[in-house]
Design a protein around this ligand. Structure first.
Ligand code: GRF
Length: 220
């Protein structure tokens, strides 16, 4: 079976991209990072991709050129899109074309601490301010709203009394680096079919697989 061709969209540092590049570097891996796209020419993610000899593309800073993005994804035969620290809204036509085949990773337990403006440090500051004892990672399918589509998996991470936004972010990021590649591998093993990936997701006992995920996809 040909590996699932994955495009990663990233605006920043790209440590999640790195986790994916590392996880799928072997020629026999079930997925291949086929393309890295950024709306920021200076994004560390682009450098990481170039180092790994993965094709890169830079798109308009506002990310709103739907035709350009669709053409790029088609040219690389992309079967799964992963938003890994991508800070712009994906145009609705692209969301529609990849419905059920576009994942986002968010550094908190959605539906709390998500939505417009909730990214980076602000997420962890809000978690600390709330007094929550648990934060975590959410991977969800992308829909037309920020941080809103059907949740695929969550991985809880403790909030410690002495935490700052930086220490909490680092602990959550470690879990992101484990959960995201595991889910991409599950999608790949199921030929990019998300409902079957749910069944295969039993791979990650520490993660909570959302029971309503399959139902949420029935309209697909
Ligand atoms: C991660 O915390 C991710 O959940 C969020 O943005 C951050 C990106 O980090 N969406 P990196 O660029 O992958 O290092």
């Amino acid at each position: 079976m040909l590996p699932l061709q994955v495009a990663v969209l990233a605006s920043g540092h790209g440590s999640n991209l790195q986790a994916l590049l590392d996880a799928f570097a072997a020629p026999a891996a079930p997925a291949r990072i086929a393309l890295v796209v950024s709306n920021q020419a200076a994004a560390g993610a682009l450098e990481r991709a170039q180092r790994a000899r993965v094709p890169t593309a830079t798109i308009a800073a506002d990310g709103q050129d739907a035709d350009g993005l669709l053409a790029l994804l088609a040219r690389h035969d992309v079967g799964l899109v992963v938003l890994a620290g991508y800070l712009k809204k994906v145009p609705e036509r692209v969301v529609a074309a990849y419905r059920g085949r576009m994942l986002n990773v968010h550094p908190a337990l959605l539906p709390s601490f998500g939505g417009p403006g909730m990214y980076g440090r602000r997420v962890h500051e809000a978690v600390l301010a709330s007094g929550a004892r648990v934060s975590g990672v959410t991977v969800h399918l992308v829909d037309e709203q920020y941080d809103h589509g059907p949740i695929v998996a969550q991985w809880p991470v403790p909030v410690r009394p002495a935490d700052t936004a930086a220490t909490l972010a680092a602990r959550v990021l470690e879990a992101e680096h484990r959960l995201l590649p595991a889910l991409v591998a599950a999608f790949a093993r199921c030929g990019g079919e998300p409902r079957r990936a749910l069944a295969a997701a039993a791979f990650a006992p520490a993660a909570t697989i959302q029971p309503d995920f399959a139902d949420a996809l029935t309209s697909r």
